[in-house]
Design a protein around this ligand. Sequence first.
Ligand SMILES: CC(C)(COP(=O)(O)OP(=O)(O)OC[C@H]1O[C@@H](n2cnc3c(N)ncnc32)[C@H](O)[C@@H]1OP(=O)(O)O)[C@@H](O)C(=O)NCCC(=O)NCCS
Length: 328
Amino acid sequence: MTEDRIGLLGMGAYLPSRVVTNSDWAQWVDTTDEWITTRTGIAERRFAADDESTADLAVQAARAALDDAGIDAETLDEIIVATDTPEVYTPDTSAFVQHRLGARQIPAYDLGGSGCAGFLQALDVARSRARETERRVLVIGVEVLSRVMSLTDRTTCVLFGDGAGAVVIGRGAQAAEILVAVTGTDGSRADILGIETGGTRRPFSPVESPTGRLEITMRGQQVFKEAVRRMSAAAREAVERAGLTLDDVDLLVPHQANLRIIDAVGKALAFPAEKVCVNVRDVGNTGSASVPIALAQAHEQGRIQPGNLVLLTSFGAGFHWGAVLIRF
Ligand SMILES: CC(C)(COP(=O)(O)OP(=O)(O)OC[C@H]1O[C@@H](n2cnc3c(N)ncnc32)[C@H](O)[C@@H]1OP(=O)(O)O)[C@@H](O)C(=O)NCCC(=O)NCCS
């Protein structure tokens, strides 16, 4: 008899239907399809409809993951939502998701502020909760970044898109086992990427936020270097801690921030390009939703087979990073 494993019982993703191309951006800011494509590898991204908000996207991805796991929302024991673009400031997005899914009155909370690394941090927490408490945990990564981008900063606004991805974590003979989770933080780099207004240091006001929007600020080249360094180090650490090597990994699923960052991580790890999962061309950078969307799409496309070793790696504002190694 197979011993039960702690891991992924199901996964799913949701992308809003509105497609925004590089040519669309060229009409709104001083940019070109050629600049965006060569610097980022992004051709298009999805934007939420005007009447869609974070919880709508999260619930769609959650339902897809629950369907894939073949379980009902009523059997969930905990919900974690990783997002930097919450439904409202308070309460957290998970409260809306718990209600909308028809889940029991279980613990539900957000993991916010970790930027694109939030989903892997949440996965690390969910794995320990499932192991210590036997709970079945729904983990969602979701962003509506189209509502927090600066329309006057052409270098950042063209990068981002909206979307959601989800997984159900729990015990089961068929679970894709989470072998290792590595996460880390270097708060000395907190100033290179973030949304700086809206907190107590710089409350949202006409002075602090003259455009009337929360806006992402970014030092692009510093973020680029940290991203490559941290994602490759975390990926290496994860396989080493599992007593394996990168040669054992069948598929690398990196955060889809930028094709050049993904290529640089592959190069730093001497990892074959054909084993790297890339969807940034079609979805852009969807923040904490990026890794679970790419994972769910790779699974749906049949790129992940039973027995495969899949390595997730990400980085985000903080600076936070993570890597999670999964045996399917
Ligand atoms: C953002 C990024 C693509 C910019 O690329 P870069 O090569 O560093 O570009 P620079 O910022 O040096 O700008 C180069 C030139 O392009 C221009 N430029 C910037 N954005 C532009 C745009 N959208 N369209 C056209 N030109 C643009 C700049 O003004 C600059 O012009 P100049 O040489 O005349 O001064 C790159 O730094 C990057 O990928 N960083 C990581 C970002 C990231 O992943 N953030 C999310 C983290 S979760």
